[in-house]
Ligand binder design. Sequence first.
Ligand code: ADP
Length: 478
Amino acid sequence: MIRNMKVLFCSSEVTPYAKTGGLADVSAALPDELLRQGVECPVVMPLYQEVKAMGLPLAHLDEIPVLTGTGINQVHVYRHDNTYFIDSSPLFDRMGLYSYAGSDYPDNLERFALFSRACVELARIMGDVDVVHCNDWQTALVIAYLKALDIEGIRSVFTIHNLAYQGAFDPSLWPMLFLPREYFHPECMEFFGRINIMKAGIVFADAVNTVSPTYAREIQTPEYGSGLDGLLRSVAGKLTGIANGIDTRAWDPGSDPLIDKPYSWGDLSGKDDCKNALQEMFSLDRRAVPLFGLISRLVEQKGIDLVIEAIPAVIALGAQIVVLGNGNPGFERRLAELQRAFPGKLGIHVGFDETKAHAIEAGADFFLMPSRFEPCGLNQMISMRYGTIPIVTGVGGLKDTVTAYGEGDCPFGLRVSSPAVEALLDAVRFACRIYGQDKDLLDAMKKNAMSRDVSWAVPAGEYSRLYCNLKDFEERSR
Ligand code: ADP
């Protein structure tokens, strides 16, 4: 009998349980779509304090001993729907996922080593896992443990969602990992004298991918490789790029309960109501002026410094801006100061807020995303779905997913020619001109954006093929 392929999807964040960025969205929507396409894809994540606080009816499945460098740890395994939770209260029952008050937890290595080792035990208990799919450094050790423990029959995929975060730790912590000493070597998990967890995923995985074809090429260059470009070039034969999709059910202007009025490709009138509601939400003047939105982690990667510098000039053009984000305390402070300087024109919310994110996507005319690098980016695709014109640089996934005006048929975005303030302002000025003088072009671009397929259907199919190629699946299941 041919059974379904089974992939254990290991992730440190999963929507709706815990989220700091796009990884959480991917970790929910991709397994869902895989399931629809016939791939069994349970997900496993840590049981964080904020998950416990949700009060979900978690089913207790097992208590398992997990051996790491700190000794034997008893962890509990719980389940809710398709998601398994690894509970180790001393390590995960605390505020935040990776950090608190702007500082990374000093025991992050111990936390994610234990989690990764527990994922391996879970795969063993499940007994029929064909592939483990690990994501970013927090779960890269799963693959190292499979190797070290000589576990046969389970193949591995490692996805790089952001090469900038590699999990670098002091070498004195090596014993904590309980891995063979010879793995601490420049051709394996050592990087200039430090432990580098991401390297374990890249070196040991059967297949490595990133979240867009352009980023897969970029990270093999010194400019974008964050020091690992040489290693990535050396594994080019197993390295691919698969652009993400978005959850088109959760992000649907036709049925979104978090927006003021539903609208669709055929009738955009509700979008005007959403704009009015957004202006009210952020105490902006109720005027028909171009409204630029931004939702982001407030970090340099996303070009937030460029936006901050450009804000006075954008407002001088008669436009309005809404920013939702958190992160770098300096950026948070500067944005709050600017808001005081431009009441009624600039709306800022520092924090993580799902409702406001939906309101911005639906209510803004344009979405700013002048990233310096962007592995894939989800917000530009969410914007497209809501008929909000993305204004983006030409890097990584922004290059692959946005057809900008002047770059091809049926354009729906505007390109920022380089991550620089003047280039950003050029694009903003062009946006204001279209808004004021060419409503037909603006409407056509909105409709082009909304008609693009940004669902997971195609990318999930590519993942499915990747797993099958690794496993020669039909052969085994006969
Ligand atoms: P990254 O993963 O690099 O942070 P992405 O564009 O891939 O960037 O994904 C970001 C996701 O997180 C999107 O779903 C976005 O809407 C969401 N997000 C980011 N910051 C916030 C915030 N402050 N409030 C609500 N959602 C946010």
